[in-house]
Design a binder for this molecule. Structure first.
Ligand code: UD1
Ligand code: MG
Length: 250
């Protein structure tokens, strides 16, 4: 088993929260939401967590200053999730192992799902494996495109999707495992020619598949992992779900 490291995306402002506070620091059950993500990573044996900060970077650094396994990388301009991970290339090149990439706005990520993904990845010889789930209402999320035989083809963002693709209800929750060198390879090939003019991390799986790598999407995520936080309504919803499944307020 290779070394397990993580990249956590936390550079965005979180415009839809309508606050000056960086989204990942918003309290969920009394703790900054990103801490739940860090907890889940430690539970599956991740040794080093590279946290991408940008908007109010010093606030995020300060809030996480007591976490000795977290290192910070700065993304000064938020040009997309792929661009955020591009900022980590030096860190990625210095490790020989597997990288899990998560978003800091998804505090309901489950260690059991990460464990399942890592195990499938490590025994399967993949370059990239992502965790997915089906959602009744997939609005706003990246869709998982498969061919007629169900073979994974890629992720399409809602804003770039055709009407047929928008009808797909298997979604991307930003839960990926990559072989570090293959992630570096894919990041070097990203373009921002899409509806949002951003460098999308979501293009990496398709890029690697195009290079002949083994890439797959596994529907291993649990129903509770369908929630990420982009608005205050979603934050309230996440707190409700957490209370229901037994997270304790602190
Ligand atoms: C992203 C995914 C989408 C997925 C959804 C929920 C992409 C292109 N799309 O969309 O497929 O369904 O998450 O998991 O990845 N961030 C940075 N730097 C940036 C941009 C974003 O660090 O330049 C961070 C944000 O702080 C946040 C995370 O990345 O923690 C996700 O960004 P967000 O803007 O919420 O992406 P979505 O539009 O939700
Ligand atoms: Mg989001």
């Amino acid at each position: 088993m290779g070394k397990r490291i993580a990249v956590v995306l936390a550079a965005g402002k979180g415009t839809r929260m309508q606050s000056e506070m960086p989204k990942v620091l918003f309290p969920v059950l009394g703790r900054p939401m990103i801490e739940f993500v860090l907890d889940a990573l430690r539970e599956v044996g991740v040794e080093k967590i590279v946290c991408v900060v940008g908007y109010r970077a010093d606030d995020v650094r300060q809030a996480l200053a007591g976490h000795s396994d977290v290192v910070f990388v700065e993304q000064t301009e938020q040009l997309g999730t792929g661009h955020a991970v591009q900022m980590c290339v030096d860190e990625l090149k210095s490790v020989d192992g597997n990288v899990v990439v998560l978003a800091g706005d998804s505090p309901l990520v489950q260690p059991s799902s990460l464990k399942e993904l890592f195990e499938a990845f490590e025994s399967g010889g993949h370059a990239c494996l992502l965790g997915t789930l089906k959602r009744e209402n997939p609005t706003g999320l990246g869709r998982i495109v498969r061919d007629a035989d169900g073979i994974f083809e890629g992720i399409v963002e809602e804003k770039d999707a055709t009407p047929e693709q928008r009808a797909i209800n298997e979604v991307n929750m930003s839960t990926y495992v990559f072989a570090a060198p293959r992630l570096v390879e894919a990041l070097g090939r990203l373009s921002n020619e899409n509806a949002q003019g951003e460098y999308y991390l979501t293009d990496c799986p398709k890029i690697l598949k195009g290079l002949g790598d083994k890439v797959d999407a596994l529907p291993v995520l649990k129903a509770c992992e369908a929630y990420s936080i982009n608005s205050r309504e979603q934050l309230a919803e996440v707190e409700r779900v957490m209370s229901e499944i037994g997270y304790n307020a602190s």
